[in-house]
Design a protein around this ligand. Sequence first.
Ligand code: PLP
Length: 473
Amino acid sequence: MDLQLTVDDRAGDRTARLYEQMRDAMLDGRLRAGDRLPPTRELAATLGVARGTVATVYDRLTAEGFVIGRVGSGTFVRPDVLPDRSRRAPGGEVRPRPIWASLPDPVPEPPSAELDLSVGGPDASLFPLAAWRRLVSQTLRPSLLGAAPYDGQGDAVLRREIARYLSTSRSVRAGGEDVVVTNGAQQGLDIVARAVLAPGDIAVVEDPGYTAAVRLFASHAATVVGVEVDDEGLIVDRLPSRARLIYLTPSHQFPTGAVLSLARRQALLDWARRRDVIVVEDDYDSEFRWQDRPLAPLQSLDSCGRVVYVGSFSKILMPSLRVGYVIAPRSLQSVLRQAKQLTDWQGDAVTQGALARFLAEGMLPAHLRRVSKVYAARRAALLAGLDALAAAGLRVQPNAAGLHVCCWFDDRTVDDVEFAVRAAAVGVAVDPISTRFITAPARPGLAMGFRRLPAERVPEAVRRLITVLAGYR
Ligand SMILES: Cc1ncc(COP(=O)(O)O)c(C=O)c1O
């Protein structure tokens, strides 16, 4: 038998390693039907392993039907073992269909850096871990594990609490029966897309906009059309005449931070009503407001059952919890429940149960007050530093909400992706904005998050960004 076998020195792995090599050799044709395996004693001596190791491997290969032992003459590859010729053949891999057609591949994330001004989830160190442990342990009872209804709606107490919280904090008009709990806003968008989009339907997104939503609608074979945003949010006058769905972030446009003006809110709702369009309002981040009172959500202004309201606990607690929700007009509710049930039944009952207790015990307002204080200090430090950056050619767009700010380069020829790489090289993580454009001509800028960097470290990050900017003059 001309077969290269090796075993490494780590005890415990030898049997498995030898078994895999011999099995693979039979599957890819290096050992053929009828070939005789070396006697156990001989192979053990060649490999420097105990004879028992080889005997165990032969026993397993015999039990699985790869080889057969013949008393007095040895162990042979069974005649019915056929090599799987595709195993090593080039091109033998499964070729998936692209999840989204017609969109470029995502730009690789800029490398992480010591001074983190990137955009994303909240500061994990502010998560109420001790309270959460207690709530999970109180929730995790045998009675819970068998009790969750598989109705696709989610924990009933959590739904009631979400409705109560949104009606007081955001004037959202809903009861618990109107809420579908999802695995984050992303699954919320997915079930909405399943419920209303047919292949080829036009899904309008803000341009620049939230890439995860863009890709999601594209993955449902929708034609994704970007509509420009300005300082008042989505430019409603530019909506295409034929659209099935409009996705937008009116309270804090992602990534620019613009707030959709009241006039545009009304124009959008009027437009949607006249043309039978579903408006998907993503109200992410609306809890963090730094100046004026927020405008009422589209959902609360909607009198014609056009608006689907999507929210998430990713920014106020943690994205890793994967809890979000969808509140839809009555006409869509049962199909949304079906879509949710189809994808993963009712979601994670333990996390939902713990979150229900968190809300029912009134812990969310206290948590928000505590973290908002920290973020407000970090935001103030960043805005102070941005004055110096404006003088160097990077101008901040006024923004009253959320955990990041958006800045634009005066010089429109700057390559912001390359800028982010250069910033990472001096230890500062920032996110380029040009990658968030869909069809509008990309404009270079940076989204800068103040979620993680302690206020006292912000001036150093700004100083380093100024040195990177100086390299562009
Ligand atoms: C625009 C937007 N919507 C929603 C979310 C939340 O998504 P998820 O709930 O799926 O974590 C984010 C990111 O945190 C976001 O940037």
